[in-house]
Design a protein around this ligand. Structure first.
Ligand code: SAM
Length: 254
């Protein structure tokens, strides 16, 4: 099923190209250029796409032999970059169809029609804001709005080029627009706990609000009494959800 009949450089039509022998499947190995340090200690609760939690700040210290300051020369002139990474916590668990949370978790679509982590090659791609390039000692980059678990192996960084890549009028299938947000309400105890770590984590309350506003519950969950836990930094944030409001009850330190 071809949309439009693409002509092939050697005069073949897309249909004949599809009949050509498959490319020999040789395996490639990649070595991470670094491991991303993020606020998300485990996968549950991470926003499903980047930029949804602007206070999800992450750092990447480049590993030898890639940690050459000249390798990032000029990168500071770009505001956003693409991170190519490994879904290392789901590697090897691919499925031809998956059930996206945006479809309520019970409708299956092809894995290639989603951004699911359960892919044949567990490669991910996130467009994030670049907020710092530090080459004074090591080469350390700082990003904002990440959707990756702490320790995610990063394979590549590429600058975002709006004229070539921004397509605001593109069709986006079942995804539609940004997900509806929950109102997030802190208990007095949780407010006090956030205030106490203002020095070590100055934007913790904002991060909690941005993450819970995404309603990270499993798609089928709707028990207002059920208390969920999300690990952010060293905190175990305990919260409930009732209707369109999330209630932050406490921040426990395990
Ligand atoms: N923006 C990326 C993309 O499109 O490839 C990621 C989208 S994916 C839906 C985002 C989810 O991947 C997060 O909510 C989290 O549950 C999961 N995730 C994040 N880091 C991961 C990792 N290192 N291994 C496996 N899953 C991960």
């Amino acid at each position: 099923m071809f949309y439009g009949q693409m002509s092939h450089p050697h005069g073949q039509t897309a249909a004949t190209v599809a009949k050509s022998p498959p490319v020999t499947d040789n395996l490639h190995t990649f070595s991470p250029i670094g491991h991303l340090r993020t606020p998300f200690a485990d996968k549950f609760g991470i926003p499903r796409q980047p930029s949804l939690a602007p206070h999800a700040i992450a750092t990447l210290q480049l590993l030898p032999p890639y940690d050459r300051p000249e390798a990032v020369r000029g990168l500071e002139d770009f505001s956003h970059v693409w991170l190519t990474f490994v879904f290392h916590q789901t590697a090897g668990q691919w499925s031809p169809t998956v059930r996206p949370p945006r479809l309520g978790g019970n409708q299956r679509v092809g894995v290639f029609a989603t951004r699911s982590p359960f892919r044949p090659n567990p490669l991910g791609l996130s467009l994030v804001e670049l907020v710092g390039v530090d080459t004074t000692d090591k080469v350390t980059l700082t990003f904002r709005g990440v959707d990756l678990v702490d320790g995610t192996p990063i394979l590549d960084i590429k600058p975002y080029i709006p004229y070539a890549e921004s397509r605001p009028d593109a069709r986006s299938g079942f995804v539609g627009g940004a997900p509806e947000r929950l109102e997030v309400i802190f208990s007095p105890a949780a407010q006090t706990q956030c205030a106490k770590c203002q020095t070590s984590h100055p934007h913790l309350a904002e991060l909690i609000t941005e993450v819970l506003a995404q309603d990270p519950r499993p798609a089928y969950a709707d028990d207002p009494q059920r208390v969920y836990g999300i690990r952010l930094y060293e905190f175990d944030v305990k919260w409930r959800c009732d209707g369109r409001s999330a209630f932050v009850e406490s921040l426990d330190t395990p």
